[in-house]
Design a protein around this ligand. Structure first.
Ligand code: ADP
Length: 247
């Protein structure tokens, strides 16, 4: 078994006192390409945000290689949902991607030639180099998504969290993002992706977490992505609650 990259213990998160994640335990080995699936409102985005300290849980904690997030911040990359970002902010595609390298620079160091070059290479990888000077407000949804992925690539992290990277992209872009994710995995990176298309889970991922407020199951796709588990995941969380209570 590989080393454990991420370990989640007893994680419970609530908004306005209503729990949206309940007692989550997870162990994610290094080097997996893992989908997080579950119905709308299952808590997928909340799980990722809580893992990287963007949301404070009621209880529980997440460790990266056995240590808190703060100690490993630079090794963890995050691609948020496209819709959660202000795309009217007046900045160019190249600048957004170059900013991704900031984590690696020390205080008061400005990105120089090396960082720009890295950003250019990442833009090439996602086929966005011709748009380098364009304002981000003038991009299509799919192009925005590719800029996000390029930004994550220049961070050169060891773990990547991506929240629905295929949302709003065409088939060709989806395939090229999948290729990049596979490349990351082949380079030993751990990639965790919120994903809503059940049809492609087996094709794109080797690990899966099934979530609906509680963790239904997680592990290798072959073993975990079963009809029975899917049924449990896509019925209402209260069903499983009552079942556990023997009602
Ligand atoms: P998913 O990503 O699986 O669709 P989310 O994590 O976005 O689920 O949301 C889980 C639940 O938490 C949903 O019922 C959602 O309405 C609620 N929720 C998410 N964000 C907030 C928030 N900022 N304030 C209040 N409720 C929220």
């Amino acid at each position: 078994m590989n080393n454990i990259a991420v370990k989640v213990n007893d994680l419970t998160v609530a908004y306005h006192k209503k729990p949206v994640l309940w007692d989550v335990d997870l162990e994610i080995p290094e080097g997996v390409l893992m989908a997080v699936v579950g119905p709308n409102g299952a808590g997928k985005t909340t799980l990722i945000k809580a893992m990287i300290n963007l949301i404070k849980p009621i209880t529980g904690r997440t460790l990266f290689w056995g240590e808190p997030y703060q100690n490993n911040r630079k090794r963890v990359g995050y691609v948020p949902q496209r819709g959660s970002v202000d795309w009217d902010f007046p900045t160019s595609v190249l600048d957004v991607v170059t900013m991704g390298t900031y984590g690696k620079l020390g205080w008061f160091k400005r990105p120089g030639k090396k960082e720009k070059q890295k950003a250019i290479e990442a833009l090439k990888k996602v086929d966005m180099l011709p748009y380098a000077d364009r304002q981000i407000s003038q991009l299509s949804g799919g192009q925005q998504q590719r800029v996000f992925v390029a930004r994550a690539l220049v961070q050169d992290s060891d773990i990547y969290f991506m929240d629905e990277p295929f949302q709003g992209v065409d088939v060709k872009t989806e395939k090229s993002i999948v290729k990049l994710l596979e490349e990351l995995k082949n380079n030993g990176k751990t990639v965790i992706v919120v994903h809503h298309d059940l049809q492609t889970v087996t094709e794109y991922f080797d690990w899966v977490t099934l979530l609906n407020t509680i963790i239904i199951d997680y592990g290798p796709v072959k073993k975990t992505f079963t009809e029975e588990n899917l049924k449990k995941t896509y019925r209402s969380p209260l069903d499983s609650f009552y079942k556990n209570k023997g009602k």
